[in-house]
Design a protein. Structure first.
Length: 180
């Protein structure tokens, strides 16, 4: 009787543990890892808080489209110029943010990408780069996922890897991935 009860309890624990593991795997797999200039679907859309919009408003990479026709530039760029998504670069508890520019901040088959992480005082920018796509890689440097940007030039695919140096992401010059 005791052995039958023990077998049932053990089988129940194994089943519960398996369900938890499968649930966690499904959750991890649902995080978006690739963001593309030609794909405006973001799995975890995120409305940018004022602190990130303030950082972006001061970014020299944001074009000054307001100098034309005597239209004054607003103090803050609008949220509608960007797509954003929550990601996890270092662990499951933080909520880092990938931001992709959309028109008028984008170009033909190219978009600017920013990566932010939360701090006590708001957010800090960890990375800025442009390209056709930004991918969160499985590899890590200093505990943070490596990033890869890609772009097409002269009908060839080029990639740059970005590695976290402990404070910011640094670009490792790219390579041609698709040659004739």
């Amino acid at each position: 009787m005791k052995s039958a009860l023990a077998t049932i309890v053990i089988a129940g624990l194994i089943g519960a543990n398996s369900a938890i593991c499968l649930g966690q795997r499904k959750h991890r797999g649902s995080e978006q890892r690739v963001f593309g200039a030609e794909d405006e679907s973001f799995k975890r859309p995120f409305a940018l808080p004022e602190v990130i919009l303030n950082i972006l408003s001061k970014d020299p990479e944001i074009p000054d489209t307001f100098g034309e026709n005597d239209t004054p530039r607003p103090k803050q760029v609008p949220n509608s110029w960007f797509f954003a998504s929550i990601v996890h670069l270092a662990g499951p508890d933080e909520q880092d943010v990938v931001v992709m520019g959309r028109c008028p901040v984008c170009g033909a088959n190219v978009a600017p990408f920013w990566v932010f992480r939360p701090t006590r005082d708001g957010y800090e920018q960890l990375m800025f780069g442009g390209g056709l796509a930004l991918e969160l890689m499985k590899s890590r440097t200093n505990g943070f996922r490596d990033l890869e940007t890609s772009y097409v030039s002269t009908q060839k695919l080029w990639t740059d890897v970005w590695r976290f140096d402990g404070q910011k992401y640094q670009r490792v010059p790219g390579k041609k991935s698709n040659s004739e």
